[in-house]
Design a protein around this ligand. Structure first.
Ligand code: GLA
Length: 394
């Protein structure tokens, strides 16, 4: 049975109703452009073929919202008057509450509902299981209420839910990627102009993803990095430079202030400006199908994360070092927020299985940990479909 069938069956078994709507949304892989989104920069990402499904029906019995996550069997229940409820920040139920509250704030008349969630996006790994969850909820609840929002606003609902209800001051990359994914394509996003375009993935390249199994949390260190970036911008502004964000900064300008700036803001800014440059270069290289050149940019990005942004970990460094010892691999880097989670490896598709086995064995030898290694394909973006009117099952 497919996950679609499983989540429908789960709703019937848990609540005694057939779902009216089933929505699903993918996780994403950040290919290049690390921590650039909230600095008005550019990113190359892809939606993946791992998705979160949300099957939902109106609750006609009382005014409660009930959700059950099927893989762990955990349920959450809250009233539509979200302001009166408090859950600890880290609770997954806050994503649901946050999405409902943010939809309400935009005038969407969310009905009381009952529904189930089931997904296969690895959790807390850097593949944005959170955006997959948020986007499946937003698409599902909008479809259930018969209302619509512009896709950019849908993305902001997810971001705001994460910022205000979970406490991570994340940008819009994850939601933009989850919405705009197209199979066999990367997604290019410009977070100043909000331009989004697809970029074909060249033939013959596979994306191997290695989960270091170091769990990452995007609340504390992520928020600190954001502040360092803001401090760099404030410094430049206070020295008369005409910059609104790190998007307006290049290496030459930073070089001018190297001696005067505090080392942390300087190095964080160096990472972000370098990433913006690498993304732009990658577009040209991908168009020429220059995978060797593209891979070098991935390696350079990781090195900059390690040294300048300090969002790598020894485990992620091991995975990237292993890639550089394997003949033919184009390049590898940490993907997503960092501080644990995953690395993404661009490899010739002919070596995928042998390379995955090599990574698994060598990583285990060096760390004692069995990593999860998967081959990801670029997948389609979020969607919702109406199934039928809900009714009690006989
Ligand atoms: C996380 C955030 C994104 C982005 C990346 C780093 O995935 O949710 O908004 O900042 O980290 O590029």
């Amino acid at each position: 049975m497919s996950r679609f069938d499983d989540v429908c069956r789960g709703t019937e078994d848990s609540f005694g109703v057939s779902p009216e709507v089933v929505a699903s949304a993918p996780g994403r892989l950040e290919i290049l452009g690390n921590h650039t989104d909230y600095n008005e920069g550019v990113v190359l990402s892809t939606a993946v073929d791992c998705r979160t499904y949300f099957a939902v029906a109106r609750n006609r019995e009382d005014m409660k919202c009930r959700v059950k996550e099927l893989s762990q069997g955990q349920s959450r229940c809250f009233g539509l008057d979200i302001a009166q409820e408090e859950l600890p920040h880290s609770d997954w139920g806050n994503y649901v509450k946050g999405v409902v509250a943010c939809l309400q704030q935009r005038g969407v008349n969310v009905p009381a509902f009952q529904g189930c969630i089931l997904g296969d996006v690895p959790l807390s790994a850097g593949m944005s299981s959170s955006a997959a969850l948020e986007m499946s909820l937003v698409y599902g609840l909008l479809c259930l209420s018969g209302e619509s929002l512009e896709w950019q606003e849908i993305a902001r609902v997810g971001q705001q839910a994460e910022n205000d209800y979970v406490g991570a001051q994340t940008g819009l990359l994850d939601q933009y990627s989850s919405i705009n994914g197209v199979a066999n394509n990367f997604v290019f996003c410009d977070f100043r102009s909000y331009e989004v375009k697809t970029v074909p993935v060249p033939e013959g390249v596979a994306l191997v993803v290695a989960n270091s199994k170091v769990k990452h949390s995007l609340t504390d260190e992520y928020n600190e990095r954001r502040k360092d970036c803001e401090a760099a911008v404030s410094f430049l502004q206070s020295h008369g430079e005409n910059v609104d964000s790190l998007r307006d900064v290049d290496r030459k300008l930073l070089g001018k202030y190297k001696e005067q700036m505090e080392p942390l803001p300087y190095h964080r800014a160096l990472h972000v400006t370098g990433e913006n440059e690498r993304v732009k270069e990658a577009l040209t290289l991908l168009e020429r199908e220059d995978l060797e050149g593209f891979g070098k940019l991935l390696n350079a990005s990781h090195e900059s994360s390690r040294i300048n942004f300090q969002n790598s970990t020894p485990e992620l460094d091991i995975l990237v070092a292993l890639s550089q010892e394997y003949n033919g691999v184009y390049g590898a880097r940490l993907s997503g927020g960092g501080f644990g989670g995953i690395t993404v490896h661009a490899v010739p598709d002919t070596v995928t299985s042998a390379y995955s086995e090599y990574l698994r064995a060598e990583y285990k030898k060096q760390t004692g940990v069995d990593p999860d290694i998967i081959t990801c394909h670029s997948g389609d973006g979020a969607s919702a479909e109406r199934i039928k009117a809900a009714g009690a099952l006989s």
